[in-house]
Design a protein around this ligand. Structure first.
Ligand SMILES: C=C1C[C@]23C[C@@]1(O)CC[C@H]2[C@]1(C)CCC[C@@](C)(C(=O)O)[C@H]1[C@@H]3C(=O)O
Ligand SMILES: O=C(O)CCC(=O)C(=O)O
Ligand SMILES: [Fe+2]
Length: 375
């Protein structure tokens, strides 16, 4: 009696289709069709034939603000207040950060992502961890995959962590990456110092003075992220980063000269024109909670194109893990009841990594999750 032939597996269960999807941009960008996991639903696809209007954002001159000149301070705080109440985005110019440091950080980003995938995967990010190399989150999400690769690492401003970034690159990538570590240690320190000046500005713009938020973030425990968006053969089908609000406190973003960042304001996507001499700063969910909802953490996304790669350096300011996020009493007036419960950043971060994919409703979903957990 001849052995029955094995039944052919249905297409969905053929072995070769069970291999985990790997985002190797050096290969994927040349394939005619992109894997379905990267194709976003119609209501979230970008509309290339309907370019997003530019977002009108104030250019806040940080150097003038720091000079203490009363007119400059009043101008900067007024512009910050208007923008943060409306959509939470503003440009910072005359920031004092060494342009050669920014250029070196952008060049180093290109070198890292140009490496073979196997080299980059030595820094592979583990499930539940927010640091490391992620090639489009193929191991974390199964649909609506972003068309990007990222490298994220921790920056701590306290004295005993003065080499945390340099050590990260040495430990994870080896001695040959000591200079990578030096560049991003210096860049992260510059971002941390810049964010403290911006916290003075935000404190004054909210009428509670320069020291409250500055002190809160003095010893910040932040996240530095390198974003690399390869060119995509079907840019109208996918997104570099999907619509989301940053769960962190403040984002300081440096874009290269390739546009792609868009912000959702007045029910419409607006584009941000790249400006390599400026930083794009936006309020995150945690600062929205700290301001008792007065300043807005706003929905944004990154679109890709079929011509050239795009890259950005994102510094996500966050407080020490155990700091309790609670608005100052001046922002809790009778007419402004508490909008969000007290929480620690470590609990919120864990929520975004283990329980919820950050999107447009992250803070509300977190507040509900906290309430259910405590009941
Ligand atoms: C705490 C964080 C989670 C994400 C990185 C970040 O440090 C701040 C932004 C978050 C993110 C970029 C929002 C969009 C979705 C996300 C998964 C991504 O596209 O990278 C988010 C990041 C994450 O790693 O969860
Ligand atoms: O790359 C960009 O322009 C934005 C990326 C972003 O929003 C993020 O990483 O949170
Ligand atoms: Fe973001």
């Amino acid at each position: 009696m001849p052995m029955p032939l094995p039944m052919p597996l249905p297409p969905s269960r053929r072995k070769d289709e069970q291999k985990p999807l790997v985002f190797d941009a050096s290969l994927l960008q040349h394939e005619l069709n992109i894997p379905p996991q990267f194709i976003w639903p119609d209501d979230e696809k970008p509309c290339p034939n309907k370019p997003s209007p530019p977002l009108l954002m104030p250019h806040i001159d940080l150097g003038s603000f720091r000079s203490g000149d009363p007119l400059a301070v009043s101008n900067a705080t007024r512009l910050a207040n208007e923008a943060c109440r409306r959509h939470g985005f503003f440009l910072v110019v005359n920031h004092g950060i060494d342009l050669s440091l920014i250029r070196e950080a952008q060049r180093t980003l290109v070198s890292f992502f140009a490496m073979p995938l196997s080299e980059k995967q030595r820094a592979q990010r583990q499930l539940g961890d927010h640091c490391g190399y992620a090639s489009s989150f193929t191991k974390r999400f199964s649909s609506k995959l972003p068309w990007k690769e990222t490298l994220s690492f921790r920056y701590c401003a306290d004295k005993k962590s003065s080499n945390i970034v340099e050590d990260y690159f040495l430990n994870v990538m080896g001695e040959n990456f000591r200079n990578f570590g030096r560049v991003y240690q210096e860049y992260s320190e510059a971002m941390s110092n810049l964010s403290l000046v911006i916290m003075e500005l935000l404190g004054m713009s909210l009428g509670i003075g320069p020291t409250h938020f500055r002190d809160f973030f003095e010893e910040n425990d932040s996240i530095m992220r390198l974003n690399y968006y390869p060119p995509c053969q079907k840019p109208d089908q996918t997104l570099g980063t999907g619509p989301h609000c940053d769960p962190t406190s403040l984002t300081i973003l440096h874009e290269d000269d390739v546009g792609g960042l868009e912000v959702f304001v007045d029910e419409k996507w607006h584009s941000i024109r790249p400006n390599s001499e400026a930083f794009v700063v936006n309020i995150g969910d945690t600062f929205m909670a700290l301001s008792n909802g007065v300043y807005k953490s706003c929905l944004h996304r990154a679109v890709v194109n079929n011509q050239t790669a795009r890259q950005s350096l994102a510094f996500f300011l966050s407080p020490k893990m155990d700091k309790v996020v609670s608005p100052p009493k001046e922002l809790i007036e009778s007419q402004y009841p508490r909008l969000y419960p007290d929480f620690t950043w470590s609990t919120f971060l864990e929520f975004t990594q283990k329980h919820y994919r950050a999107d447009k409703k992250t803070l509300d979903a977190f507040a509900n999750w906290l309430q259910d957990k405590n009941n």
